[in-house]
Design a protein around this ligand. Structure first.
Ligand code: MN
Length: 210
């Protein structure tokens, strides 16, 4: 039985950037529902239940059962994506990348500001619901992409790209506070992103095989 990642902060700790009611609804309703629905789908498929969520999503296109594939794509994606999202937020994290990750950002994008510009464009122009991503390949090269709905780079690239940061641009992530102003939400998010956590994901994705 998979469980939502535990938050290391309180629902109101990301104020004023992300409001308490959005956090409560997002974590205890949206993310909880994806998790419950994923567990329901996995209960019926014990051979998959032994695998990690990363393995399941990376190999999803191999499944022949279309209904199961859709259930895992939507709910497995929703489960994994939100674990990543919530765990990279923090009221007191590192607000600027450092060390190897910063070097790689400068090598792949020129500067942290350039990376932010690319991420913001990916997040702002994603039509409808979806995500913007910063991902790495196994050699450590970074890239920015976006996905519709609860898709993600693991699913889209068969695990070749591993996301280390995901910006949720579903309206449920920002509408209570920011209404239609998605760009304001994206800009505010940098005040609560923890680049230390993101660097840890970067290190894990480039030193261990999925
Ligand atoms: Mn969400």
């Amino acid at each position: 039985m998979l469980k939502q990642i535990e938050l290391t902060y309180n629902f109101n700790d990301l104020e004023p950037y992300i409001d308490e009611l959005t956090m409560i609804t997002h974590y205890t309703k949206h993310h909880a529902a994806y998790t419950t629905n994923l567990n329901t789908a996995l209960e019926k498929t014990p051979e998959l239940a032994q695998k990690s969520i990363e393995e399941i999503l990376s190999n999803l296109s191999d499944l022949s059962d279309e209904a199961l594939k859709t259930a895992l794509r939507n709910n497995g994606g929703g489960y994994y994506n939100h674990n990543l999202y919530f765990s990279t937020l923090s009221p007191n994290g590192l607000r600027h990348p450092e060390g190897n990750l910063l070097k790689q950002i400068e090598s792949d994008f020129g500067s942290f500001d350039n990376l932010k510009e690319k991420l913001n464009a990916a997040a702002a122009t994603r039509f409808g619901s979806g995500w913007a991503w910063l991902s790495t390949d196994k050699d450590g090269k970074l890239s920015v992409t976006s996905s519709p709905n609860q898709d993600n780079p693991l699913f889209e690239t068969h695990g070749a790209l591993v996301p280390i940061l995901g910006i949720d641009v579903w309206e449920h992530a920002y509408y209570l506070k920011y209404k239609n102003l998605r760009v304001d939400y994206i800009n505010a998010l940098y005040s609560v992103l923890d680049w230390d956590r993101i660097a840890t994901y970067y290190k894990e994705a480039t030193t261990k095989a999925l």
